[in-house]
Design a binder for this molecule. Structure first.
Ligand SMILES: [Mg+2]
Length: 394
């Protein structure tokens, strides 16, 4: 890739220690202290986010809180305030969108920006990167790391190279210098498990992958070999995509006979939640907002929605929220209902957001159940599997 064909227009911006940084911002007495956002140590909670002062003690996101408390007894534990993080996230994304409409959020605190065509207004990619950092600091009092390059993979890699408060520009001529010494886990799609497999083939660094060559890799790893060969050369054809947020995934059912009891409606609602959950999981998306649709006997149609603290693709959570809306907001008691629907809106990539907050054990259990049911539905058809409606037996 030559310089002219590879303008530096792709930015990856990632807030540093986002949840913890917001807590420090709102509680200035915590500045300079090891701060951990997450479940309390006694509750078998996990670390969701932590300041760099806590990281100095070896504390990391997703670590059990009890272990974090042992490593850093003086740490200040803060419960998460997802609503506040969502609010700050909106301000961060607003700053991004003031530079370009081509913003692809990956989570609350992280996004790709494509600034091609905005040079006359704001300067080139590196100049925009500097401005974004300055405005986040000046307007929000927070710190972001920025990577600038000519493809998404390299921009994301760059934002992570000098965290916190990083600013790294990766040009085509930097690729053969910067990439080879990096471990293979820096290749997009290579987690610890894959890395262990690759190490058996003698591949430890990106340099090893470059030297192995594409033919050798494809012979052993198929398409995945081609994928990592391309990444090792700094090639990535993915574009910055903004479409996710306007997309929605939903399902609805019209009944042969109008439903007259809450129990009957909730039974149907669970089946619909099952459909929507399966589609979200199939799409790799989680819904931040859930909309319930109700059509009454006289064709009057209403929608009621709720925005969740945490996006979800878990059937049980979709059902619980939809049922809450049905019971409390839809005015269905004593009415006859001919259609029910659930739509997931404001979709984000599944697993977006940092670490985890509360009830993760419970969520993991629900995820396992969803996977089992998804597999059964694929084998036996959508209506083959019906789960028990409520835990509390109502
Ligand atoms: Mg971050």
């Amino acid at each position: 890739m030559g310089g002219v064909a590879s303008p530096l227009t792709i930015l990856h911006v990632d807030m540093d220690a986002f949840y913890a940084a917001v807590e420090v911002l709102d509680h200035p007495e915590l500045r300079g202290k090891p701060v951990i956002v997450g479940g309390p140590a006694k509750s078998r909670g996990v670390v969701s986010s932590c300041t760099y002062e806590a990281r100095a003690f070896g504390v990391k996101a997703a670590m059990p809180s009890a272990q974090a408390a042992r490593l850093c007894p003086q740490a200040v534990f803060m419960p998460g305030r997802m609503e506040r993080y969502v609010e700050v996230s909106r301000a961060v994304m607003g700053i991004f969108r003031s530079f370009t409409p081509l913003v692809e959020p990956l989570s609350l605190d992280e996004a790709f920006l494509d600034v091609a065509g905005t040079e006359r207004l704001f300067g080139d990619g590196p100049a925009v990167g500097r401005k974004v950092k300055e405005r986040i600091r000046g307007e929000l009092g927070l710190v972001a790391s920025v990577g600038v390059s000519y493809v998404k993979y390299l921009a994301k890699l760059a934002s992570d190279l000098r965290k916190p408060d990083g600013f790294v520009v990766l040009r085509p001529e930097d690729v053969p210098v910067i990439l080879p010494p990096l471990p293979i886990t820096r290749l997009w799609g290579v987690g610890p498990k894959t890395a262990a497999q690759l190490e058996k083939l003698g591949l430890r660094t990106i340099g090893d992958v470059r030297e192995a060559g594409e033919d050798w890799l494809v012979k052993r790893l198929g398409d995945f070999g081609a994928h990592i060969a391309r990444l090792s050369r700094g090639e990535d054809v993915r574009r910055v995509e903004t479409g996710r947020e306007s997309k929605s995934i939903g399902a609805e059912r019209t009944f042969e006979r109008d439903l007259a009891t809450l129990a009957a409606m909730e039974g149907e609602l669970l089946a619909i939640a099952e459909d929507v959950g399966a589609r979200l999981r199939d799409d790799g998306s989680s819904a931040r907002t859930l909309q319930l649709k109700v059509r009454f006997r006289d064709f009057r149609t209403i929608t009621r929605s709720r925005t969740l603290e945490r996006p979800t693709d878990i059937t049980r959570e979709l059902y619980d929220v939809a049922r809450g809306l049905l019971r409390d907001k839809a005015g269905v008691r004593g009415a006859r209902v001919r259609l029910l629907g659930i739509t997931g809106q404001n979709l984000v990539p599944a697993g977006a957001g940092q670490g985890t907050l509360f009830g993760e054990k419970e969520r993991a259990k629900e995820r396992r159940l969803d996977r089992v049911i998804d597999a059964l539905r694929q084998k036996m058809g959508d209506d083959a599997v019906v789960r028990a409606r409520t835990r509390e037996g109502r």
